[in-house]
Design a protein around this ligand. Sequence first.
Ligand SMILES: *Cc1c(COP(=O)(O)O)cnc(C)c1O
Length: 396
Amino acid sequence: MDFAATKALFDLPDGVIYLDGNSLGPLPRAAAARLQRTLAEEWGEMLITAWNRAGWMAQPRRLGARIARLIGAEPESVVLGDTLSIKIHQALAAALDLRPDRRKILSDTGNFPTDLYIAQGLIGALGRGHRLVTVPPEQVAAHIDEDTAVVMLTEVDYRTGRRHDMKAITAAAHAAGALTIWDLAHSAGAIEVDLAAAGADFAAGCTYKFLNGGPGAPAFIHVAPRHAEAVRPALSGWLGHAEPFAFEPDYRPGAGIERMRVGTPPVLQMAALEAALDIWDGVDMAALRARSVALSERFIAGVEAVAPALTLASPREPEARGSQVSFRFAEGYAAMQALIARGVIGDFRAPDIMRFGIAPLYIDESDIDTAIAAIGAVMDGREWERPEFRTRAAVT
Ligand SMILES: *Cc1c(COP(=O)(O)O)cnc(C)c1O
């Protein structure tokens, strides 16, 4: 893999080291032209006929198949649409419906809040006495029991980068008769994922983080082919109908993963995502992972050498991490603002986590070394004490 070549495919501002691709990936250089084509040649010229002539209607499946390769899923098992929160809702509703006699949804205390909120909302809407149980991440397997309908986890913890053992937990869930839902928000495009080998039942993820699809890019959902024809969609929208253009009054589910579509797909967002996937099509995930580990190890060693006040919040063992490195520092918010002012962009997650995404497609050794030096300068100069860095913005 030629990572200097992939770096050249991104449009990064001069003087910026971008370590926040785990929140919003940078702009692929080809995206503007790709979007312009969709605007001018497709929307502008073809108007409504573009749904057929430009293949807009099939795009959620076509792009889904390209994402499937990156997450070890069967090509026909992934479809795009909506947001990750909505895809989690769909997966959870479907999984609970497949295990009607069980009441427990098991997750962990590190899970991203929207996943937990969606579960809480769905429990209320169903009104069937389900309960959400969250336990510390390392105790998940021990809490899978005969009442567990679903184990719903984010594979890579958004705060610390700690990674679950997908294969082992899925096996434990299946041994107890439970299903699994894997949130791949910090996995897709970050680490090697093999959903089929792990036997995962459902998975979902977003495309605007490591996949670089742009702000508002649609989410994806995966349903294992063995469940695809059994799933009864809770969000039974017209584009998940067997024959949307028959306009029948009653819902009939579409074939397989098609039924997880809901409504009209975001065509412009998918055009931008397509430009990103053109890059991903050439990426060997094993090579990407090896480079992510090497860059992360270099970053950890360097930061620990220049900034002893920061304590590593991510697992020290590379195998136990995703593709981000987090440090704890009580003044982390202000320190991150000071770092951003120096052109090194990471982010902050309450209460005290400074988070750095390591994306080998556009981050190299010299970027890592520059970032380390900037962190050292912020710490040596106690720059977090400056008033201008201490005011919290709405988005951290
Ligand atoms: C980023 C993220 C989300 C975001 O969900 P949206 O509906 O796209 O806003 C959900 N879950 C996890 C684990 C995330 O990291």
